[in-house]
Design a protein around this ligand. Structure first.
Ligand SMILES: Nc1ncnc2c1ncn2[C@@H]1O[C@H](COP(=O)(O)OP(=O)(O)OP(=O)(O)O)[C@@H](O)[C@H]1O
Length: 303
């Protein structure tokens, strides 16, 4: 059998053969990507579960979640709705994502997400445009325990076609067509224009670039591990190539408990090593400040 349903089943089977998880849960939003994934998992993994998170942010969200859970039960999955209270700063999207991932985190096994090749292409383009640093441009990983993304090589057109072929009704998230979201404009305006200018295959090319960059990043990260712990002594790392030095600094800051470190924060801390002019401390997320004194870096809570 060829066609979209077969393509998705093959991608899921390959992922599961490689990872061999003890239990499989599918995270389902009710959209085409995660429903197509859920249908494939139901065929391939007896006893698998599905979780639909209800963010309770829009009227009727409970009905959408319940409907998606019912569809998953009909596929043969053990399905449930998980209501969450979205709170905290960083914008409503980020807060919803944080609450969702917290609710989806399993006690064992993997949670499969429906991210596709097109999501990967958008992530890479966003990272490039925002100057977010190589880790962002390297995109999402297919397996980042406990999260699994078996559809990263499958395009959104295929998940839609698979749903249509199986008679699965999909929920159209109104956010997905709202041009006030940067990602929506990338999807509906920028990527089609790039496809047109470059004569096709842009999403695959971006995903391929991400995969290559991921290999490079992994290699540099493991080289940087050799210097772990030396970071506070500036002389020990000052002569390293910038790509390695920044990774040593980053690993040290994360180790010290600094959260959500952006590329521009990292570059400012790195400047305390590589462009030292006696400048003052660098303020970081989480209320931390990094200073250089007597040839050493020190991270302290902001006073
Ligand atoms: N409400 C939800 N309940 C359960 N799973 C969800 C929900 N929303 C999204 N997901 C899962 O996450 C996948 C990606 O969804 P979407 O692209 O909307 O998320 P995102 O906010 O971009 O996520 P990420 O932070 O991982 O990029 C979906 O295919 C699905 O597997």
């Amino acid at each position: 059998m060829n066609g979209p349903v077969a393509e998705i089943r093959t991608a899921v089977r390959r992922f599961l053969d490689e990872v061999q998880p003890e239990h499989v849960t599918v995270a389902v939003s009710g959209g085409a990507d995660s429903l197509a994934l859920a249908a494939a998992v139901a065929r391939l993994v007896p006893g698998a579960s599905a979780v639909v998170v209800d963010h309770q942010l829009q009227p009727g969200s409970g009905d959408v979640a319940l409907r998606a859970a019912q569809q998953c039960s009909e596929f043969g999955l053990v399905a449930r709705v998980e209501p969450v209270a979205v709170e905290g700063g960083g914008g409503p999207e980020a807060a919803a994502r944080k609450a969702r991932y917290a609710a989806l985190k399993p006690s064992s096994g993997v949670v499969l997400l429906g991210h596709t090749l097109d999501d990967q292409a958008e992530t890479v383009l966003l990272g490039l445009g925002r100057g977010s640093g190589p880790r962002s441009i390297a995109g999402m990983r297919a397996f980042d325990p406990p999260w699994g993304r078996p559809l990263l090589g499958v395009s959104r057109a295929v998940t839609r076609a698979a749903c249509a072929e199986q008679g699965i009704e999909v929920w159209e998230d109104p956010h997905n067509v709202d041009p006030s979201f940067t990602r929506v404009r990338l999807r509906t305006e920028v990527l089609p224009l790039l496809e047109d200018v470059l004569q096709g295959g842009v999403a695959s090319s971006l995903a391929r670039t991400a995969a290559q960059l991921r290999e490079d990043c992994d290699a540099l990260d493991s080289l940087a591990e050799a210097f772990a712990g030396d970071c506070c002594a500036v002389d020990d790392i000052a002569e390293l190539p910038a790509a390695l030095r920044r990774r040593v600094v980053r690993a040290w800051l994360i180790d010290e408990g600094v959260p959500e470190l952006s590329d521009s924060h990292l570059r400012r801390v790195d400047a305390l090593v590589s462009e030292w002019r006696g400048q003052g401390g660098v303020w970081l997320p989480g209320g931390f400040v990094v200073r250089r004194a007597h040839g050493r870096l020190a991270v302290e809570p902001q006073s």
